[in-house]
Ligand binder design. Structure first.
Ligand code: PLP
Length: 396
């Protein structure tokens, strides 16, 4: 560091200082320092390429001069495609003109939602274990994340009573992620209904993060906005990232009531202006084009899920509940020595498998490891062989 730069953390805003480094990133960095044939089971993105027709659509858009800024809310044709997609998925079709904003992935949609509805000091209720970003996003908005651990003994099925107990006059929003990263649990409709009802009674929104929704293996429950009659309090988050292997394209959406969405557009105006224009055309192709590549990917994830859970079921000491969606196994390793971070580090340094420790996913995640099955069958088999060696060695 240059000597003229004072080493004084007061130079940095309190909001930003309140954000903690993510446990997943720490493992990623440890892995980059390590040589050898590592099996990567930490990835949070599909291991497939974006389907050709989607790439071609972006290429065509760029070649045809679709390279200007778009409206802050996104290309209207894409907003229509998103509204149609949501309607096909069951439940209300938002008005593309006033109830849909195209965002830089689902992550920005959650950020915009929290910023639009939470004042400094307001609470954002986050059932855990959770993908940690919404916790940081609440802090960035000077709001207070309230972590509510879901019951591990029930495989982390969201528990309405626990969530409702955390809602009160200071609550601005409640996050319901379905399916969940890292647990793979879907939120039962009855839970959505009761939580949305209570939240609305306190003038608080449900932020329904549905980015993994199209990767559901059993019966897909209705969308959050479809199960509550307090729909004016539901903000729906979605994206093309996971469903179409498009994580790097950064296209998602926020759908919800027009008064909130008008504020969201204002934030866009002063932050990102809009989403990358050719990427928006790629997303139109994803949502309106052939769905076979998506179906094939879903079949592959489904086969891997079966394989991974057969293998996990045959291991001593560790256990996991089969996820209903997403592509993670959240494995109970609490009978192995040490914290989940210690176990993840040992698994990496001594056995060559990269995973994410449960402690990275908020309260209640300790004692678990997240294994992603976004990897080929061969690599999954090798990773599980290595996990088995560790478990058998350490449990004697
Ligand atoms: C639960 C959850 N929501 C939202 C996102 C955001 O994804 P994207 O911004 O790529 O749509 C992720 C990414 O991993 C996630 O796990």
């Amino acid at each position: 560091m240059s000597e003229s730069v004072p080493d004084d953390s007061d130079r940095i805003s309190e909001r930003v200082r309140a954000i903690e480094p993510q446990g997943i990133r720490e493992m990623f960095e440890l892995a980059t320092e390590q040589d050898g044939d590592l099996v990567h089971l930490e990835f949070g993105e599909p291991d497939f390429d974006t389907p050709d027709h989607i790439v071609d659509a972006a290429h065509a858009a760029a070649s045809e001069g679709m390279t200007n800024y778009t409206s802050n809310a996104g290309v209207l044709e894409l907003r229509r495609a998103i509204a149609d997609h949501l309607a096909r998925d069951g439940g209300p079709r938002p008005d593309p003109e006033s109830e849909v904003v195209v965002t830089n992935g689902g992550v920005e949609a959650i950020h915009l939602a929290i910023h639009s509805v939470a004042d400094p000091g307001d609470e954002v209720v986050v059932p855990t274990p959770t993908w940690p970003n919404p916790i940081s996003q609440a802090r960035l908005a000077s709001a207070v994340p309230v972590e509510v651990p879901m019951p591990a003994e029930d495989g982390f099925v969201p528990d309405a009573d626990r969530i409702i107990d955390a809602i009160g006059p200071n609550t601005a929003a409640v996050l319901l992620t379905s399916p969940s990263n890292p647990t793979g649990r879907v939120v039962p409709p009855a839970v959505v209904e009761r939580v949305a009802e209570t939240a609305a009674d306190y003038d608080a929104f449900v932020i329904a993060d549905e980015v993994y929704r199209s990767l559901t293996y059993e019966e897909t429950p209705p969308r959050a906005a479809a199960v509550t009659d307090r729909e004016e309090w539901v903000l729906t988050v979605g994206s093309v990232s996971k469903a179409y292997a498009m994580t790097g394209w950064r296209v998602g959406w926020l759908a919800g009531p027009p008064d909130v969405l008008a504020q969201v557009t204002k934030i866009h105006e002063s932050t990102t202006s809009c989403v990358n224009t050719p990427a928006q055309y790629a997303a139109i192709a994803a949502l309106t084009g052939p769905q076979d590549p998506h179906e094939e990917m879903l079949d592959a994830f489904s086969a891997r899920r079966a394989f991974v859970f057969d293998r996990l079921g045959s291991l001593p000491v560790v256990s996991a509940t089969r996820p209903e969606g997403a592509f993670y196994a959240f494995v109970d390793v609490s009978d192995l020595p040490g914290s989940s971070a210690d176990i993840a580090k040992r698994l990496l340094t001594e056995y060559g498998v990269v995973t994410a420790p449960g402690s990275a996913f908020g309260a209640g995640g300790e004692g678990f490891l997240r294994l992603s099955f976004a990897n080929s069958m061969d690599r999954l088999e090798l990773g599980l062989d290595r996990l088995e060696s560790m478990v058998r060695t350490e449990s004697v």
